[in-house]
Every structure is written in C-alpha cells, then in structure tokens.
Ligand binder design. Structure first.
Ligand code: ADP
Ligand code: MG
Length: 699
C-alpha cells in the first residue's frame, strides 16, 4: 500500500501532466499520499437550506431554494451582466452572471424549483449570489445532505480550471484508487479504548463527510493519530535518554549546599521553590542525565533555585555554568551570585562578548584547570575556546532566547553530557510544553514570594501624555523610580531609534536637571556605557530610565515602581508581560502604563485588554497562543517545529492529554514496542524514521 501512496499524482485519473504540475507548484502535492493528507480547511454545511425570504445576514456560502421568475440582461460600463430574479413566492433575490450569458440564459428554466448555491453578496437590504451553482431540485434530491469539503486553493488554480469541484473530483478518484487499503496504524485495543474509528473510514469521512457527527469522529481519529506519533517519538526519546545515556549523578549533598542553605539563604524559600528543588534533586541523584525545563513567572525566584543547584554540582566536585541571553542580565546574575557565594569562598567568573582576549585568558585557564567552579556568561560560553575541567551542570536562563542548536552545544562541553536546566519566565502554554518541549521534564514555580503587591496596569492614549508625566512627577517626589520603554524592532531600526531619541529628549525637557536625572540604555551603546547607566539607575542616582527592550529580561531594581511602555500596541503579549515584571519588586505600590495611539487593531486591543485584566503569566500565554499560533509563540528560531496537518494546538488540549495518557500507558506496558498490539505502531514509526510518512518532521 505504501508503494501505491508514493506514486506521483500525475498517475491519478482526472489529473494528467498539466494539472499535476500545477498541484505540485501551487499546493506542494506530489504524491497520492500528499493528496490523501491534504485535509480540507473548512466545510460547507449542505444540509441546510434557505429561501430568499429568510437569508442569513452574512457572506457565507449557502443553499437557497426558489424558482426563477424573471431574467434580464443589464448593461454595465463595460459589457453586461445577466440577472435572474430568484423567488420563493413572496420574497426574492438575484442570481447574477458576468460571463457566459448566452449559454446560461438558454439553460435556465423558469418556474421550476432550483437549488442555488453560492456566496451571499449583500448590498443594503438587497441580496445576490454571483455565479451560483444551480441545480434542479429534482436532481439535487438524489445527492443531498452532505457536508462539503473546501480545500486551500490559489488563484492560479481556479484560473486554470481547478475549482473546488474539480479538487473534490480528484480526491474522489484517489479514493477509488486506494480502495480502503490504507494501513491501520493503531491497534484494535487502542481504538476500542479511545473510541477511534478505523483509519480508512476516517480518511474518507474527512474528505467526504456525511454528517457533522461523522466528520467530528473522523477529525478526532486523525488528530489523535497525529498527536500520538509526536508524543510517542518524544516519549521514546526521553526513555532513551534516561535509560541509555549516561549522566553525571550528584549523589552527595555536601557542605557547600548545607552551609549556604542553613546560614546564608537570604529569605525562606516558598513552597513552590522547595518543591522544584526536590524535583531537580531527584534528577541529579539519578544516574540519568537531567534535562529539565523550569517555568516560573517573572519574579517567582528562579535565580536562587539556580544557585542551590549549582552548589549541588560543586559539592560533587563538578563545575557549573549559568548562561543568560543579554550582557546586562549576565552582569546582574554575576553580581547577585557573586555576593551570595562570597561568604562561602566560592569564586565566580563572568564571561561575555565584550571581554577582551587579555581579560579572557586567565579566566579560560582557570576554567580548564577546574580552579574556577562557577561561570556566568552570555552565549560566549557556548563558543569553542571555552573548555571546562568537568562541567556537571549547565543552566540556561530565559530559554526562549536561545535556539535548540545552542542547547546542543552545551551537551558537548563535557565527555558525558552535563545536566541541563533551562529556565523560562515566559510561561509556555500547556499544549506547547507537551509538544515542542515534550522531551524535557517540567517543573513549575507557581507561587510568587510573599509580600508582592499586585501591579496596577492602565491603558492611556498618547493624547493623555501630560497627565502621565504629572503622575510620574508625583511618584518621583515620593522617591520612586520610573522606566520608560520604547519598542525597538529589527526591521525598522532607524525609525525606532529616532522615536527613542525623540522620546528621550522630550523627557529631559519635561524633567530637567538638577531636580531630575535621566538615564538612557539602548542596544547601540557599548557594554561599559550600558552597565554604567544601569548602575546609576540601580543605585538611585537617576530617577528615570529611558530604554529599549534590552531591559526586558531579568533586570532587577526593586525601587523602580513605574513602567511606562510607549507604543505598547507594537509589543507582543509576552514582551509586555516581561516588561511589566520589572516593577512590583519592592515594597511600593507599582504601576504599568501602556501608552498607545488612538487607532488599535483588533489584536492589539485584545493584547492591551488582557494585560489590563490579568497578571497571570499562564493566562497570558494561552491568549498569546490563540492570537499568534504556535509557530510565532515559539519564536523564529524554532518556528516550523510543529507543522501539524490537522491537530490544532490552540484547541486540542483535551485530545493531547488523552493522547499523552495513551502513550504513557503503551510505553509502560511495552517499552520496546515488541508486543502484538504495538506491531502497527512500530511499523508506522519505522516508516516515519525513513522520512516516508507525514511524521517526517519529528526527530
Ligand atoms: P525570576 O524568577 O524572575 O528570575 P528572581 O530570581 O530574579 O526572579 O527573583 C525576584 C526577586 O525575588 C529577587 O529580588 C529575589 O531576591 C526575590 N526572591 C526570590 N525568592 C524569594 C523568596 N522565597 N522570598 C522572598 N524574596 C524572594
Ligand atoms: Mg530571572
């Protein structure tokens, strides 16, 4: 069967070389298999009928019953159109043709019941259907009651006569050809248990559904299958890592961890922090390599968790590294961690791109000899000349900023891959966590340290800027500090930069020296200047920090209590959430003010309203996913990871959970997929590993 499915579509009845060429070029359909899995993107309900008197006020495709009472040709500027009055006796609408008048006019029968199908076109209270599909009710009766598939198509295709009707015909020929002989890939046992219809039935019903219910069953079955193989691959990968790959166990909880934990911990840990540390501890104590994702909202206290984990490594004579996405953040982690560990006599190194060769040399030497136990840095740490004596633990902060490839580089920093902990403050929607990050174990800090006050988030239009400045003055007079952030988006860099400088100048005008001091930080400054300005702000010497999104991640200045985001409509939800997380870190009431122009797109409105409504990162992540789709949420570096054919990560959370359960159960009972009931599954998997199946994108 699979051989048949690999045949080129040229071979199919109704296709031929010209159409095959077009289908390849326009839709990427090369083989029968491609066509079989070319699922409709929507359906038209052909079980519903309207009459001209009760048409829905939409532009939907509908079926209307009536008779033609009048036909005329109406002159237009260029050419003419043919107009038929279509009536149910009391009310009427128009059927309109702009081409092929003569032939159509001849074929139309007056006062005979017709079914007209097409897209409604409303003009005030008048309604028409241009170029309807017309069928005598008598003929229509014979094949009514179906849902009809609508496929993705292109203008070139319809111009070349490959209409939806033709596409449906071609798919019908495909089914004649394959004769219900597509291999079932799920066992009877599993299909019974999860109420999944047989594969051939499902495929057919997806292209030619007979009822809403049948369609739903078919879609469920195919979504289940698609998600099942993704989860299975992930499950196998994870198993392989745990059982076959050697890790570096840290069996000992030693004096460094204990001394720090009992004598130097700056605050009691939250219950969530304790739980997460226990989870990590269990991993590190086992002989398998740890590969864990730590999710915790902005400000939930991931840094201290990282520090405690690094001490576990050190207690077992291993080195540890913490990698951050920006210099500012690396610098800040360095000062925090250096200060925390100094009393224990632990030396901490900092490696960033701006360090000169001279500065690096001794650092790299100490690292290679094992004298330096902890290295904090930016992606410079990934690079070739950096070698460790014995790297036991690598922590990556703000995972979404790094690509999978960079994570892989860390794996190679030691002969046995180090334990890996990736931390992210951008909550990942459940469906993505279970798929895109499905090969990682997951820990969540779902509790903020005590005493945090909620941040009041407000939306203000640009026209209210003076009032916002006044508010800033009042707060600054109480000793508070303010961030003012401008968007800086790659494509329009020059323009954004101008916005930033204009904004800076206007703030300096409105907040003049000597009463006020204003800092500025942006990506074009060198690292030394950035650090200098950050320090002036952090130490309270300046009251206002004008910045681009370089301060988005991780920056911690507890006295700053106001975050003003300019052109907030241009930021994504997770960025807005990250920026807001810069305030609300101290004892004072904090505010986040979203400034926007007066005209907002629908999506921008949703983003702003969601920000004003909630501070819950996970809720924001779900809204973000529904607005942008999984590819964008994952970021460009990882987009295209999940090109599902039918499953929809925005909607199919429940199916995904069921699938996950089914996979766990299968791997529990039959980890090697050796049993009878796993035979089909195994075959499908091996096909997919040869890149022959629709699951070729995994792995
Ligand atoms: P994030 O998870 O965003 O990286 P941080 O680790 O930077 O958060 O912590 C945010 C702030 O909360 C820091 O100032 C940190 O010292 C403080 N903090 C972390 N954990 C606790 C705790 N258990 N109790 C009190 N303060 C804490
Ligand atoms: Mg952090």
């Amino acid at each position: 069967m699979s051989a048949l499915l690999q045949k080129p579509i040229d071979y199919l009845k109704g296709v031929g070389p010209n159409r095959a060429q077009l289908l390849k070029k326009e839709l990427g359909l090369h083989t029968l298999q491609d066509l079989l899995y070319f699922f409709p993107h929507r359906y038209i309900d052909r079980s519903k009928y309207y009459t001209p008197g009760q048409l829905p006020q939409t532009t939907a495709d509908v079926q209307v019953l009536g008779t033609i009472t009048h036909i005329e040709t109406v002159k237009q500027k260029r050419g003419s159109r043919l107009v038929a009055t279509f009536s149910d006796g009391q009310h009427s609408m128009e059927l309109v043709w702009f081409r092929g008048h003569q032939w159509i006019q001849k074929s139309l029968q007056r006062n005979t019941p017709y079914m007209a199908f097409g897209r409604l076109n409303w003009f005030g209270k008048k309604c028409s259907i241009p170029h309807p599909e017309l069928e005598l009710v008598e003929d229509h009766e014979k094949r009514k009651g179906n849902f009809q598939a609508v496929y993705h198509s292109t203008e070139n295709l319809s111009k070349s006569g490959i209409s939806q009707r033709v596409l449906r015909q071609i798919v019908a020929h495909l089914f004649d050809e394959i004769q219900n002989k597509v291999h079932e890939v799920l066992s009877d046992e599993m299909r019974n248990k999860y109420r999944l219809i047989e594969k051939n039935k499902a495929l057919h019903a997806i292209h030619f559904p007979k009822s809403q219910e049948g369609l739903a069953q078919a879609q469920y079955r195919m979504k289940f299958e698609e998600l099942f193989f993704v989860q299975l691959q992930l499950g196998l990968k994870k198993r392989h890592r745990k059982e076959r790959l050697k890790g570096i166990p840290f069996p000992k909880i030693g004096s460094l961890f204990n001394t720090f934990f009992h004598d130097y911990l700056p605050f009691p840990l939250t219950e969530a922090q304790k739980r997460v540390i226990r989870e990590i501890r269990t991993d590190l104590n086992s002989s398998a390599q740890m590969n864990r994702l730590l999710q915790g909202d902005v400000g939930s206290g991931k840094t201290i968790v990282a520090v405690l984990c690094m001490l576990m490594a050190l207690d077992n004579t291993m080195q540890a590294t913490l990698v951050a996405p920006t210099e500012i953040l690396a610098q800040q982690h360095y000062s925090t961690i250096h200060a925390l560990l100094e009393p224990l006599g632990i030396e901490v190194g900092l490696l960033t791109g701006s360090k000169t060769k001279k500065e690096r040399a001794p650092l790299l030497e100490q690292l290679a000899s094992g004298q330096l136990q902890i290295l904090i840095g930016t992606h410079a740490v990934f690079e070739e000349p950096v070698t460790f004596h014995q790297l036991g633990l690598a922590i990556i902060d703000e995972q979404h900023r790094f690509g999978v490839a960079q994570r892989a580089k860390l794996w190679r920093k030691n002969s046995i891959p180090p334990n890996i902990l990736v931390m992210t403050a951008t909550p990942i929607p459940r469906t993505l966590a279970m798929t895109a990050y499905g090969d990682l174990d997951l820990s969540v800090i779902d509790e903020l340290p005590p005493g945090r006050k909620p941040i009041t988030t407000l939306h203000r239009f640009d026209s209210k800027r003076l009032a916002v400045f006044q508010f800033m003055r009042e707060e600054i007079s109480k000793g508070r500090q303010v961030y003012v952030v401008y968007p800086l988006i790659q494509e329009s860099k020059a323009l954004d930069y101008k916005d930033l400088m204009d904004g800076y100048e206007s703030i300096v005008r409105d907040f003049p020296m000597p009463d006020y001091q204003v800092s500025i930080v942006h990506g074009k400054m060198n690292a030394k200047d950035k650090t200098y300005e950050m320090e002036r702000f952090a130490s309270g010497k300046t009251q206002i920090m004008v910045a681009t999104t370089v301060i988005e991640v991780g920056v911690n200045v507890p006295n700053a209590s106001i975050m003003i985001i300019e052109s907030a409509e241009r930021f994504g939800l997770s960025q807005l959430h990250q920026l807001r997380g810069r305030v609300g870190r101290g004892a004072n009431k904090s505010y986040c003010i979203l400034m926007t122009g007066s005209k907002l797109s629908q999506d921008a409105q949703t983003r702003i309203q969601t920000m004003v409504r909630t501070q819950d990162g996970f809720e924001l992540a779900e809204v973000d996913l529904s607005l942008r789709g999984p590819g964008d949420v994952m970021g460009t570096q990882q987009s295209g990871v999940l090109p599902f054919l039918i499953a929809d990560l925005k909607k199919d959370v429940d199916i995904l959970k069921t699938v996950r359960h089914a996979v766990d159960e299968l791997l529990q009972n039959d980890p090697e997929l050796k049993g009878q009931t796993s035979a089909n599954v195994k075959m499908a998997l091996s096909l997919s590993q040869q890149g022959k199946s629709i699951w070729k994108y995994i792995g």
